[in-house]
Design a binder for this molecule. Structure first.
Ligand code: ATP
Ligand code: MG
Length: 611
């Protein structure tokens, strides 16, 4: 399947749209509105977010979270947080805590509705016996290979197991002995008896219980048989009286099984109606990252990144440390919408959402990232003047702060050119620029070291051009550069983060998405396996690790304005002319500031950028 690269309509013109007032309608909103109108669920709206606690949440989960919690909230309903913990081998409380914290960070609250699939193990077992008793399930003793071999294909029906016609009594006996621990892993499975000839492979007598002698992080050694995903999920939804069970597209072909399980139980008086209804939406596919858990684990374990919360990781813990905002994720979710067909979203859409959110809220500060000394020769030595800089150009109510102004300053090395190229309007011998919020200076010369490298730029200032005074505009200059007092600036570690991969489709044969038509050559979706498959098997044509961006992290020593020494971890700022930065959650300390770049001021990746 090939999917087009999608730019949301609101964004095609590059028009920032920070309004969140009226989110666009989508097919799920329509369905819920219809159900409410028809009284399908008596006006109840109950959704759930069902993560498996086997890893950290990623950007894709943010879409699912905002959808499930958002739809519930806008309908006065509830959204359950349910840990889908059916696989004892990979799950852990550490992941549960981090998942809960990430959902909360995004601004959502499950209230008292925090559940685990393992809460239902007794019910699931009881229902399994009910299925057996009603001739709807049997213990199969074929090997895993035999079962695979007799499953049939998309065009050929499956072949019934020789054990399919076991008596109810024999099935019950075997199933109880499975539970009692009499058999080794793999000796038997419990299968639903549906239809080996069904065109839908998921209905060909799916396994619902397997033997696994393993401790579970919540139920300990109580169980040595564990229910499988589809069975568990449908029943968990029904027990929690979920109304709209929203999942990603790969579960579409599983829906008939979902319905079969809960319909049978409801017919048998085991579950209450109305039953939940499953709906599928397109998962988030984002360029320049990988979202598969397996790949993320690989990146962490092989130390291509500095842990799960590395700001380059597409995890929510990483996003937080990068300085991305929950509101930015919400804006992103609103802009990309929800659809029923797969597509790719360009990373710039997420970055723009963060930029737009940060632009509105982040106070402005000054940082000099690549310092070069500027000496104002006609400025009195030892004098400390002050320039007033607005905290936010569009929000005067946030006030201004003083920037100490002294004879020796730091400016950016690239704000000076000894031999200016055409169209260069910043500092050069004989040229004039405005020092932001201060006055116009004229470059009078440079000092060089023995190797010919410029160590100091000299200039003189014109006191009549002081910003905010009547004479400020008497002379026009094109360049306007930022600066810091060399005596007062505070040294800081600054981490310049960029995209983790240097290509849109890491691992694809045509990692740039091919040429020609928009969307042409965009790789098809790696098959996503629904449900229990632990491997998260996806196929890549090349090694995605070859596509890592070698420049995704640069650590530099920079200078920041004195006010930034007071920043608290996670305070976010715009460093003028550089981008949005956040005081690092873990490493930023008073007296030893550390800032992470969240996103640059402008997109330098898409066509027309200067990268
Ligand atoms: P991965 O495929 O990365 O391993 P997963 O689907 O196994 O993720 P779960 O913990 O099972 O991870 O996911 C919890 C919920 O989040 C599910 O409802 C799933 O459909 C949804 N989800 C997972 N990935 C995405 C995505 N890329 N976009 C939208 N929703 C997603
Ligand atoms: Mg999953």
């Amino acid at each position: 399947m090939t999917a087009a690269l999608q730019q949301p309509a609101s964004h095609r013109e590059g028009a920032p749209d920070t309004s969140r007032a009226a989110p666009a309608s989508n097919f799920l909103r329509t369905i819920i509105a219809d159900d409410n109108r028809q009284g399908t669920y008596g006006g109840r709206v109950v959704t759930r977010f069902p993560p498996e606690p086997n890893g950290y949440l990623h950007y894709g989960h943010a879409k699912s979270i905002s959808l499930n919690f958002g739809l519930a909230a806008e309908n006065g309903g509830t959204c359950h947080l349910r840990f889908d913990d059916t696989n004892p081998l990979k799950e852990d409380v550490e992941f549960e805590d981090s998942i809960a914290a990430a959902v909360r960070w995004l601004g959502y609250d499950w209230g008292q509705y925090r559940y685990h699939a393992s809460d239902y193990y007794d019910d699931l077992y009881r229902f399994a016996e009910w299925f057996i008793t009603n001739g709807l399930a049997y213990v199969d003793s074929q090997t895993a290979e035999e079962m695979r071999a007799t499953r049939g294909t998309l065009t050929e029906p499956g072949v019934a197991s020789a054990y399919r016609e076991r008596s109810v009594a024999e099935n019950l006996d075997l199933f109880r002995r499975m539970r009692a621990g009499e058999f080794p892993d793999g000796a038997h499975v419990l299968r639903l008896k549906i239809d080996m000839g069904s065109p839908n492979v998921n209905l060909r007598d799916p396994a619902i219980y397997r033997i696994r002698h393993a401790s579970h992080h919540r139920t300990g050694d109580k169980w040595c048989i564990y229910p499988l995903y589809d069975y568990t999920h449908a029943i968990s939804d029904a027990l929690e009286r979920i109304t709209h069970s929203i999942c990603t597209l790969e579960f579409q072909d599983h829906r008939p099984l979902y319905d079969w399980v809960i319909e049978k139980l409801a017919d048998g008086g085991q579950l209450e109606r109305p039953l939940p209804q499953q709906y599928e939406f397109a998962r988030l596919n984002l360029t320049y990252v990988v979202l598969s858990k397996r790949r993320l684990i690989e990146l962490v374990e092989q130390r291509f990144v500095d842990g799960w919360d590395d700001p380059r990781m597409p995890t929510l813990v990483g996003a937080r440390r990068r300085g991305f905002t929950p509101e930015g994720f919400q804006l992103f979710a609103d802009r990309i919408g929800v659809s029923k067909s797969d597509s790719w979203i360009d990373m710039s859409v997420l970055e723009d959402a963060m930029r737009d959110d940060l632009n509105a809220r982040a106070p402005r500060r000054i940082a000099v990232l690549d310092p070069l000394k500027l000496v104002i020769d006609n400025f009195p030595e030892g004098k400390i003047d002050e320039a007033l800089a607005p905290n936010h150009p569009q929000r005067p109510e946030l006030g201004r702060r003083p920037l100490p102004l002294t004879r020796e300053l730091w400016i950016e090395r690239d704000d000076f050119q000894e031999h200016p190229q055409k169209g260069y309007f910043r500092l050069a011998p004989g040229a004039e620029v405005r020092l932001r919020y201060a006055f116009i200076v004229k470059c009078t010369g440079v000092d060089k070291d023995a190797a010919g490298k410029i160590t100091t730029v000299h200039c003189t200032f014109d006191p009549d051009t002081r910003s905010g005074t009547p004479g400020a505009d008497s002379r026009k200059v094109k360049g306007n550069i930022h600066w810091l007092s060399a005596a007062q600036a505070v040294p800081a570690e600054v981490r310049l983060y960029d995209r983790l991969f240097r290509v849109p489709f890491p691992g694809a044969r045509e990692p740039w998405g091919g040429r020609g038509e928009p969307g042409a050559g965009v790789p098809g979706h790696a098959p996503v396996v629904a449900g229990d498959d632990d491997s998260g098997a996806d196929v890549m044509e090349r090694n995605y690790l070859d596509d890592l961006n070698p420049d995704s992290k640069k650590v530099i020593r920079a200078f920041v304005e004195p006010a930034l020494a007071e920043a608290a971890p996670e305070d976010r700022f715009q460093f003028e002319r550089h981008g949005y930065f956040v005081a690092d959650l873990a490493d930023h300390k008073p007296g030893a500031p550390v800032f992470n770049r969240s996103v640059t001021l402008r997109d330098s990746w898409t066509k027309g950028g200067d990268k």
